[in-house]
Design a binder for this molecule. Structure first.
Ligand SMILES: [Zn+2]
Length: 493
């Protein structure tokens, strides 16, 4: 009896610790905002991004009715419609981050809106994320959410129970499990299914079939146990990181180490055209997460600087402070950072580790070059809430990283607007009559300098127009709520 009580109480303790880490106990920000819902309004005197995302059309007025764009055109706003002066600024569709993790602090919803991110794709959805999606559809302030069900992983016995519980994955062993889970997710209203790295070959093929039968998109990781041919044969419509392709090519290569980094990159160069051609043929989109993978080696060798550069005051403090489970850190700060080197690693091994991770980052750039050359559809995504990707802010870093990696600013804007809208069938992503009024007014032209996406003057979310003061109030309220919920003070902030 005492043993049972002990088990139950340690279960409760760890469960509470997990909920704390995912942000369930973070104070909920409640900003005081000026914006009131308006049935009809107009944005006058703006440059409007063309649907092809390649140029701005000057001198436009956009009329919004019941949350939808009614007209876009030159000329005056009709009498009786409230007109907001766009002051000759640059109007773009709201941005989409195609790879985020919302977890349990609703404050992230405000961070997205304040950063002009009006749609997110949640990549390991939980029931509370589905509830937020519905609340936002009914008027709560937040981005439109495309919710991918908890990722599928193959584990047996006790390990399966632990992984399902602590990492909130869907644990399966056989086809029956897969069928049962897919039916339940479809009934619950999830938008897509995700394969994790830890799905067996068999279970991956089964998930691919069952997803197609259920009419649900299959997205996510390429399981370590399978290969690219299984992906080309299967029904995946998206790959969640360019990195997934790096991992598969590493496996084909035989597993590179620091001594083989150059030879591995040569191999990636040789294979990249074939990979890109298969992606195009199969119509598989790829999500970028370039900035995250580029940061791995820096998070090992200069984590303090990386944390200093991140907008840490806005990050869910539960996620940043993390926890340690079975001696594995799950968090951002130095003691818990998931990418940190093990304690006591000597300088020689550190140097070799850096060679490895720099090559790993370079491999994704080689693949990106090939994908761009062959016309693969790229979605901008950040893996927000994975260290050190702060929700909302990280999308602007990603757009800059994509631009620096060789994508034109027009391609970069498309990857965060019209392309994800097409993938998620969301009736957003371009400024034309009939689309939802998810709009961002920028002070400068992002086609000339992509960093202009950060210079946000207003965000339109259907019936709401949030001006800069409202957006600042959202950010301040999140910073305050987070500060009140922090257990570890922020260094140097
Ligand atoms: Zn992720």
């Amino acid at each position: 009896m005492i043993a049972v009580l002990g088990t139950v109480s340690s279960y409760l303790f760890v469960d509470r610790e997990l909920n704390r880490m995912y942000g369930a106990f973070v104070d909920v920000a409640e900003p005081e905002l000026e914006a009131e819902a308006a049935e009809t309004y107009a944005l006058a005197n703006v440059n409007v991004l063309a649907p092809e995302a390649d140029r701005f059309i000057p001198g436009q007025s956009v009329i919004v009715e019941d949350g939808l764009i009614r007209t876009v055109g030159a000329g005056d706003v009709p009498e009786g419609i409230r007109a907001v002066d766009g002051q000759g600024m640059y109007l773009v569709p709201g941005f989409t981050d195609s790879h985020v993790h919302l977890w349990e602090s609703a404050n992230d919803l405000l961070l997205y809106v304040a950063n002009g991110v009006t749609q997110v794709r949640e990549m390991n959805g939980q029931p509370n994320n589905l509830a937020w999606k519905r609340e936002i559809e009914e008027g709560r302030i937040g981005p439109e959410i495309f919710v991918v069900a908890p990722q599928f992983a193959t584990f047996v016995g006790f390990e399966g129970v632990m992984v399902g519980w602590t990492q909130r994955k869907t644990i399966v062993r056989n086809r029956k499990d897969v069928e049962r889970a897919v039916a339940a997710f479809k009934a619950a209203g999830y938008d897509a299914l995700k394969s994790s790295s830890f799905l067996s070959r068999e279970n991956y093929d089964q998930l691919s079939e069952v997803a197609a039968e259920a009419g649900m998109p299959l997205v996510g990781h390429i399981p370590v146990a399978t290969d690219l041919d299984a992906v080309w044969r299967g029904n995946a419509s998206e790959i969640a990181h360019i990195e997934e392709l790096v991992k598969q090519l590493d496996k084909e290569f035989g597993g590179y180490g620091p001594d083989e980094a150059g030879a591995f990159l040569e191999f990636v160069r040789e294979r990249s055209d074939d990979v890109a051609q298969n992606l195009v043929r199969e119509g598989i989109m790829v999500t970028s997460t370039l900035d995250l993978v580029d940061s791995f080696h820096r998070q090992k060798s200069q984590l303090k600087e990386e944390l200093q550069a991140a907008e840490l005051e806005y990050e869910n403090p539960g996620i940043a402070e993390g926890t340690v489970i079975a001696s594995r850190g799950m968090g951002w700060l130095p003691e818990v950072n998931i990418y940190r080197w093990p304690e006591g690693m000597d300088e020689r091994r550190q140097a070799r580790s850096l060679i490895y991770w720099k090559a790993y980052a370079e491999a994704q750039h080689i693949l990106l070059d090939a994908m761009l050359a062959h016309g693969v559809d790229i979605l901008a995504g950040t893996d927000a809430n994975v260290p050190v990707m702060v929700p909302g802010f990280s999308l602007h870093d990603e757009l800059q990283a994509m631009n620096a990696a060789g994508m034109s600013s027009s391609e970069v804007l498309a990857s965060a607007t019209v392309k994800p809208a097409a993938f998620m069938a969301s009736n957003t992503g371009e400024i034309s009559a009939g689309r939802k009024a998810h709009l961002v007014l920028l002070r400068d032209n992002p086609l000339e300098d992509i960093s202009a996406t950060r210079e946000i003057e207003m965000v339109m979310l259907g019936t709401h127009v949030f001006d800069r003061a409202d957006l600042d109030a959202m950010l301040q309220s999140v910073a305050d709520a987070n500060a009140a919920s922090r257990k570890v003070a922020l260094a140097g902030k």
